[in-house]
Write a protein that binds this ligand. Structure first.
Ligand code: NI
Length: 149
């Protein structure tokens, strides 16, 4: 396992649409292990593959309830809304208020290629949306409705 170099705002790769994973091979498994190590080292609660320079649809999350790795995640339903403060490891020092759904249902593949569904509310819904945005080249600064002081 290795900590990978983060990409920062201004890097064109962060604006690319990431490609779907079709085969969960050793490269993808090593990528996920490295993303996990990088996220924990940087004290993040989520990380998307393009943030470490890989334009594939892979995200890792840990909001304090345990580690999650999601391959090809896709929001299938969303409900409600909530405005809260957000930041991003690729945009250090920047925080801002972003409107997100209060509840989302996301389908994804796990490491064994099984289709799974995760339901998240509040912070988990927010992180799921934030990380999936990364896979589409969208950053939270595109959606800030109010800067934090
Ligand atoms: Ni981010």
């Amino acid at each position: 396992m290795a900590v990978r170099q983060l990409r920062y705002d201004g890097d064109p790769l962060l604006r690319k649409k990431s490609r779907e994973v079709t085969i969960i091979d050793d490269r993808i498994k090593i990528l996920i292990e490295d993303m996990k190590e990088t996220m924990y080292k940087e004290d993040g609660i989520g990380l998307a593959a393009p943030q470490v320079g890989i334009a594939r649809r892979v995200v890792v999350i840990d909001i304090g309830d345990g580690f999650l790795a999601l391959i090809n995640p896709e929001i299938i339903t969303q409900e409600g809304e909530e405005i809260d403060s957000e930041g991003c490891l690729s945009i250090p020092g920047k925080l801002g208020k972003v409107r997100r759904p209060f509840k989302v249902k996301v389908k994804y593949l796990d490491l064994e290629g099984n289709e799974k569904i995760i339901e998240g509310t509040g912070l988990l819904a927010r992180v799921l949306c934030h990380e999936i945005d990364h896979l589409n080249g969208v950053l939270f600064i595109d959606k800030i409705i109010d800067d934090d002081e």
